[in-house]
Design a protein around this ligand. Structure first.
Ligand SMILES: [Zn+2]
Length: 83
């Protein structure tokens, strides 16, 4: 995950808060599986694919979570058609 891409402005965050900021980044951002951008938690949704049959397992025994930007129709569409 690339914390430096976090869209937090440095204006009212002092240098001492760098540690806190990086921790917040860790907790609250996800990387979109489609466009690769690190987004805040609220902008990332998950589409769960049942990939069991594809890999020779019984149905509903293997799943893959594809994260996508829920404010980007393109990411959403590609996430749904990922497999
Ligand atoms: Zn995206």
């Amino acid at each position: 995950m690339n914390f430096r891409r976090l869209p937090i402005t440095g204006k009212h965050i002092s240098k001492n808060d760098k540690f806190i900021r990086s921790h917040l980044g860790h907790a609250c951002t996800w990387k979109c599986s489609i466009c690769g951008q690190a987004r805040l938690d609220k902008y990332i949704s998950v589409y769960t694919h049942d990939i069991s049959l594809r890999y020779g397992f019984e149905k509903n025994t293997a799943r893959a979570n594809i994260r996508y930007c829920n404010d980007n129709k393109d990411c959403e569409q590609k996430a749904k058609n990922y497999y």
